[in-house]
Design a protein around this ligand. Sequence first.
Ligand code: CA
Ligand code: CU
Length: 533
Amino acid sequence: MSTDIAHEEHHHGPPKGIGRWLFSTNHKDIGTMYLVFALTMLFVGGASAMYIRAELFMPGVQFMEPDFYNNMVTNHALIMVFAVVMPAAAGLANWMIPMMIGAPDMALPRLNNLSFWLLPAAAVMLILSTVVPFLPGGGSAINTGWTLYPPLSIQTGMAMDFAIFTVHILGVSSILASINIVVTILNMRAPGMTLFKMPMFCWAWLFTGLLLIIIAPVLAGGVTMLLFDRHFGTSFFDAAGGGDPVLFQHLFWFFGHPEVYVLLLPSIGVLAMIIPTFARKPLFGYNSLVGGMAILFTLGLVAWAHHQYTVGMAAGPTTWFMIITILISIPVGLMLLNFMMTMWRGAMTFETPMLFAVAIVLMFSFAGVTGIMLAVVPADLEYHDSMFVVAHFHYALIPGALMGLLAAAFYWLPKWTGNMYDERLGKIFFWWNVISFNITFFPQHFYGLAGMPRRIVDYNPAFADLNMISSLGAFAYGLSHLLFLYIVIKTVRGGVKAGNKPWEGAQIGTPGLEWDLSSPPPFHSFTTPPVVK
Ligand code: CA
Ligand code: CU
């Protein structure tokens, strides 16, 4: 008998040593690696933001060459989008989706390993691109911003080739991970788990995965054409050779606009899990939320050129893109209404995940309002390339993506580790994080509207006071994440046992199977898939 148990332990327990991680095909271990990678890169991308805000602390150029400043702007964006938010969301998908749908693992476990391990390679390439300009003959940095617009991106130095290769590797990683997630959701559900019984997080990731499969190849194609223009004598984007620089903008934003939903949707899925739990009511309007995401998915694919009103498109397409963009506020408004109706007359409590959820709904709504301002063509012609745009999309993406992921960490850490996080520290983190975020970005609306351009190292002294406030807020905001790191480490190392249902009433409106598993769950989710009653 005892030898049988020992044999079982040997067969089902986690493998030992570095091989456990390098060769892992286990969805929880790969999920953990994604999350650790994202958290590490949050501090790298955050450091570049701190550089930016240090330089903008006062007018005049104090710390850096303009070229390096633009490099920091570019790195900050590329890292936050591709190395923080997307990997963190993929980490949540890996950890939760198999447990939520009653699957033993992801559908394609070896592909899963490859999708993850491509990421550190891409990160190394991106860091090299920052080093290259400092080498003799290294040329200029990637100073284009994350949009990599030609002709500037054709004129820049060797660093751009590293950036292009980075984007290629990231694209391969995203496409493979998305295929895996979509296949898992479509093929691996336990008997009885129909699509419309899935926890909303799975729906959010189904749309996210499909979007990425459509858009990532277009970006890859665009940067490949850029590479050909740089090295192989083509002129796709060079007017002198019969090409069209605006073509690149269309390719980039056909990717770039839906990419915003790739960043937002997983966090919307997280909110749809957290809010019913802490309102102790089923999610209001499950079907309408799925429908809202489907409409968002569809409209999002045909709205891209609102990023380029200023390039001189004809009136017809310009009007189309304006109308579609404004229409997008309808499904987004519906989602927010779903969340508010879920809270309405609920028996709400405000643990850290719920505090974040409420704050996200408020701040994301505000980003929606400034988004409408930017969607309107004559207004956008004034706001374009100003700090107002920077303020707008940070209100969309920090609450809408990053804070949603932080909320998810608080929500699921007890399930992952078996330990409760320190609620007092969690609440301190919430207030510190949200208040300093607003101090950073709220003033940017005003100096943006007053005419301060984005992506420029220096500015008119008239904007000095508000910029100083922004920078002070940014330093506090950046520091707050050290407290998050501390809370996570403390929770992993121990704490009050969470129990198998860490949040009482958590099953209300969330028919997922994850709450039927112990905290922490066994190394393999299920020996035999359970049946949904
Ligand atoms: Ca300065
Ligand atoms: Cu857009």
